[in-house]
Design a protein around this ligand. Structure first.
Ligand code: C5P
Length: 251
């Protein structure tokens, strides 16, 4: 990957998206893999793909599917309406999110200088948030995260050995300096590839890997509708957001 020749200015501005969708989603309860659960009758993954393809800057979406689910994901992309201006590719994922993202990066043609990484589990992110992330990368940031202030105070604890046991509180970081980070996260492609080639160990987001390189990461405003569907209650919230959108579209 690192022997890719430097992009021309036009290529540097072209944007591809990698959507890791190979997780099982066990916290959501038993059933289909999370990305294939439906919201308003449409698989979460298709919502996420449409949310990315809604941006005019996005020319390619790479979906990273569960290894035993690539055929199913391909047929889903074939049967749901998607914009003509965007290309779609499906690749097989790995054991961890990091491996899945890397599989997606390996599938990118050379002409894309900007890469977004977006969780299939955030199906409802508005296009304005996607565009704001891309814009910040175009303006020169090597790594951009959409982020929101926190409503809750956050404590650092000594995690309990057994679930439910009391946990000693170690510290209370100043809430005003904390942000909850969402996706899509946007990157200068060469920087993200370098991070995936060199950073090891558990990191929960791609920007965290770029931080480990010592490169600057900036936060832009996120959106409350870009929440991650993780637990059963999140499905109820996602359906409510879609119902509100249908109502608004009706007027
Ligand atoms: O598990 P978590 O909520 O952090 O997953 C975030 C995203 O990473 C999800 O879209 C999930 O499908 C994806 N993932 C993946 N490959 C894995 C594990 C998670 O693509 N092995």
């Amino acid at each position: 990957m690192s022997d890719v020749s430097p992009p021309t200015p036009a290529e540097a501005a072209r944007t591809a998206v990698v959507i890791p969708a190979a997780g099982r989603g066990v916290r959501l309860g038993p059933g289909a893999p999370k990305a294939l659960r439906t919201l308003n009758g449409v698989p979460m993954l298709i919502h996420a793909v449409r949310a990315m393809a809604a941006s005019r800057a996005v020319g390619l979406v790479v979906v990273v599917a569960p290894p035993d689910g690539t055929a199913e994901v391909k047929s889903l992309l074939d049967t749901h309406a998607l914009p003509d201006r965007t290309d779609f590719v499906v690749v097989s994922g790995g054991e961890t999110r990091q491996e899945s993202v890397r599989a997606g990066l390996d599938a990118l043609p050379p002409e894309y200088g900007i890469v977004l990484v977006h969780d299939a589990a955030r199906p409802l992110v508005p296009v304005d948030t996607v565009d704001a992330v891309i814009e910040a990368v175009r303006e020169g940031a090597v790594a951009v995260v959409p982020a929101l202030p926190l409503a809750d105070t956050v404590k650092e604890v000594e995690p309990a050995a057994a679930p439910g046991d009391p946990e000693p509180v170690l510290a209370t970081p100043e809430r005003a300096r904390l942000r909850a980070v969402q996706t899509p996260q946007g990157f200068d492609r060469a920087t993200l590839v370098r991070a995936h080639e060199t950073v090891t160990g558990a990191v929960t987001d791609d920007a965290g890997m770029v931080e480990r390189l010592g490169e600057p990461v900036v936060a832009v405003p996120g959106h409350e509708e870009a929440f991650k569907v993780t637990r059963p209650l999140d499905l109820v919230l996602a359906e409510a957001v879609l119902a509100r959108r249908r109502l608004n579209d009706g007027f």
